[in-house]
Design a protein around this ligand. Structure first.
Ligand SMILES: [Zn+2]
Ligand SMILES: [Zn+2]
Length: 422
């Protein structure tokens, strides 16, 4: 068969005796010999169905490259963006946009600039712990809209599942509990087509910031229009197919398992004996997702905040102002001291108020309690600015078409048991 290329990531396929299949070292796909033969006879089905798009207009943009992090940034010709939005480094013009840099789809901004400013103000506001400068108009005017790349794949999936479908019925007759079990030999063979399954790879942008900005709903994907890129600069990132494929494969397999599960849902139980779900071909394309980005440098520290351009989710760690923190700590301290003074006077806890040393005892107790309370409040306040985030997967359309060429449910056996009903 010679050197065969992996249809999912262009890696090299090698026969793996332990799997009795051909395996790809870089993305972990497996193919039977039959599948490999078929693939190279008909080439990649989904790829062949796609017209190659030539778009002169797209090429009118310019490509810039960051001299620090290497990010490739696509922008309108002669737009003076000046610095790399991924790292703040300098940009060097590379020339016209290569035609194959054209994205397939785009998620439009649904959060307006004004709305994004409000979201930032809410999170970095006065009264909270961040220094006031962060919510000032001057800093907020630095808010920029950018597009980030997400690689996606259309996948052609081969399904080869068989197992036992079992129905269980039980009834009571007299003082006996009867259980009737019927077994069926179940076979599901076929194909499924998936479109635009997103991977998690996101170029040079800070991964933590992107993770905090949350997921995107790719069911709202629109066809890319070159005017989008002229409005906001976009990052291009070549795909690491092996890496991205692993993530896509997981999503597709999980989803295909669900589809197979639905087709055997009439059984009480399905016990799989063989479950081969393989991606037999992949068409790669990428889409742009919108993000509002604010970078602010104060002293030696650079702060970055982001607002998801589709959902409005805030991302970033709001800074804590020492002045504001001291103010809140003092307020709590003084309040507790005064409160203790009043309470000890009323209750006589620190002895009669006309006795010598009353003030010392009362204020001493108050200062002790006040310091503890202030410390607790400070810890709680600083903690509240720390963002914890959980990983939420992106929403995408999922299984577009599943066709089972074989859908066999063959009756095998039936048996009834009876036990004494308690
Ligand atoms: Zn591969
Ligand atoms: Zn950079």
């Amino acid at each position: 068969m010679g050197q065969s290329k992996c249809p999912n990531c262009d890696g090299t396929l090698e026969y793996r005796a332990d799997h009795r299949k051909f395996g790809c070292n870089s993305c972990g796909s497996f193919f039977t010999e039959e599948q490999v033969k078929k693939l190279f006879k008909g080439k990649n089905k989904s790829q062949a169905a796609r017209p190659i798009m030539e778009d002169d207009e797209f090429c009118q943009g310019e490509l810039y490259k960051c001299t620090v992090c290497g990010a490739e940034i696509m922008a309108e010709a002669d737009l003076k963006i000046g610095w790399c939005f991924c790292c703040g480094g300098g940009l060097q013009k590379q020339g016209n946009l290569p035609a194959d840099y054209r994205p397939e789809g785009i998620l439009p901004f649904e959060i307006s600039r004004d709305a994004a400013v409000e979201i930032l103000k809410d999170n970095l506001a006065y009264g909270k712990l961040s220094p006031s400068v962060f919510s000032s108009d001057e800093v907020l005017s630095g808010l920029k809209g950018v597009y980030l790349p997400v690689w996606m794949a259309d996948c052609n999936v081969g399904i080869n599942v068989n197992g036992t479908g079992r129905t269980v019925k039980s009834w009571i007759y007299g003082d006996q509990l009867y259980t009737e079990t019927r077994d069926y030999s179940v076979e599901r063979n076929g194909e499924a087509e998936y479109f635009s399954v997103p991977s998690d790879a996101v170029g040079k942008m800070d991964r933590d910031l992107m993770a905090m900005a949350g997921n995107y709903d790719f069911t709202k994907l629109q066809r890319f229009d070159s005017s989008d890129i002229f409005r906001y600069p976009a990052e291009y990132c070549p795909v690491n197919k092996g890496e991205a494929f692993k993530c896509i494969q997981e999503k597709v397999k999980e989803d295909t398992r669900k589809t197979v599960g639905k087709s055997v849902s009439k059984y009480t139980d399905f016990i799989p004996e063989n479950e081969d779900i393989d991606i037999l071909g992949t068409y790669w394309n990428y889409s742009l997702v919108p993000l509002w980005l604010l970078t602010y440098t104060s002293g030696r520290k650079t702060y970055r905040f982001a607002v998801n351009g589709q959902t409005g989710k805030f991302a970033g760690e709001p800074p804590v102002s020492p002045v504001k923190l001291t103010f809140w700590a003092l307020l709590v301290f003084v309040t507790v001291v005064l409160l203790t003074l009043v309470l000890t006077t009323v209750t006589g806890f620190a002895g009669p108020s006309d006795q010598n040393g009353f003030l010392v005892r009362s204020i001493g107790t108050g200062a002790f309690l006040g310091a503890a309370a202030a410390a607790l409040v400070c810890i709680a306040a600083v903690r509240s600015t720390r963002r914890s985030y959980e990983f939420v997967p992106d929403t995408y359309a999922g299984d577009a078409e599943t066709s089972f060429t074989t859908k066999l449910d063959r009756y095998v056996r039936q048996y009834t048991t009876k036990v004494k009903n308690k």
